[in-house]
Design a protein around this ligand. Structure first.
Ligand SMILES: Nc1ncnc2c1ncn2[C@@H]1O[C@H](COP(=O)(O)OP(=O)(O)OP(=O)(O)O)[C@@H](O)[C@H]1O
Length: 268
């Protein structure tokens, strides 16, 4: 169980995350939506301590992760698999090596890409790739893969970390609809088969509805809505994205994966 209590993060005078409290039971797939600047990325980065909170606490299975230091903090970060919009692979290296990079988090300081990974680690990496239908590409240079394949390699890399949580920050924002669906299918598969909690920031409301057990809508760093997808009514969406931006009418079509909807809404 992840328990976030009165979490705050300010940048200068601006509260990027403001008095945010929620509890996420282990195994839930949670979609976080909200317009650009709502605080979604900041929220994920606070969870794995990429950035430090201004106040409040985050506890995972009873451990206050906001107080961890040194080795414990490193282990916490290793147990949060992060997936970013831009994949963050080493393009000139092969897919298998990119996946093995996920193991470095468990080796501590002094690890380098030059060290030999064990046979067991290599087998784990191949299994992760196989689950994502990428075993045939294991020895291909990562930069030669499609965007969707690269993102699935990034998911495999997160998997070999043996994560307790998967945090995905707009993982499909750069992908076409077919690749976006395969990446979301992969996240859902891992969530269901391994029981790993997934928190995924999404710009596309229909994707959040389709894949997530629960949707958290953020606005100005605060939770505007937190509930099952069928509670995400037009009124909630208007509150979340702002009446003025959408003329009071949310059209589900403009949130499809074919468009970057929030930016579309903002310029509409
Ligand atoms: N490192 C930083 N320094 C200063 N301000 C920041 C920093 N990171 C985020 N912010 C500000 O905090 C607010 C929330 O940003 P955040 O990136 O979390 O929003 P978001 O909902 O993820 O937006 P997007 O969908 O565009 O990624 C924004 O006003 C942003 O400008």
């Amino acid at each position: 169980m992840l328990v976030v209590n009165d979490l705050r993060k300010t940048f200068g005078r601006r509260a990027a995350v403001d008095s945010l409290s929620l509890s996420i039971p282990t195994g839930q797939m949670v979609g976080v939506i909200g317009r650009s600047g709502a605080g979604k990325s900041t929220f994920l980065r606070l969870i794995n301590r990429l950035i430090e909170p201004t106040g409040g606490s985050i506890a995972f299975d009873g451990t206050d992760v906001t107080r961890l230091t040194g080795r414990d903090l490193r282990l916490w970060r290793a147990s949060c698999g992060m997936i970013f919009q831009q994949f963050n692979l080493i393009e000139r290296m092969d897919v298998l090596t990119n996946v093995l990079v996920g193991r470095l988090a468990h080796h501590g300081f002094g690890s380098s890409m030059a060290r030999a990974f064990s046979a067991a680690e290599r087998a784990t990496a191949i299994r992760a790739l196989d689950r994502l239908d990428l075993a045939p590409q294991a020895l291909q240079r990562a930069g030669t893969l499609s965007g969707g394949q690269q993102q699935r390699v990034a998911i495999a890399r997160a998997l070999v970390q043996s994560p307790r949580l998967l945090l995905a920050d707009e993982p499909i924002a750069s992908l076409d609809p077919a690749n976006a669906a395969r990446v979301m299918d992969a996240l859902r598969l891992i969530n269901r088969e391994d029981g790993i909690t997934v928190i995924v920031n999404l710009h596309t409301i229909d994707t959040a509805r389709r894949y997530c057990d629960r949707i958290v809508a953020m606005r100005d760093g605060r939770i505007q809505f937190d509930g099952a997808p069928d509670g995400l009514t037009g009124a909630v969406l208007a509150d979340t994205y702002g009446d003025s931006a959408v003329g009071g009418a949310i059209d589900e079509a403009i949130t499809s994966t074919e468009l970057p909807p929030v930016r579309q809404l903002e310029t509409a």
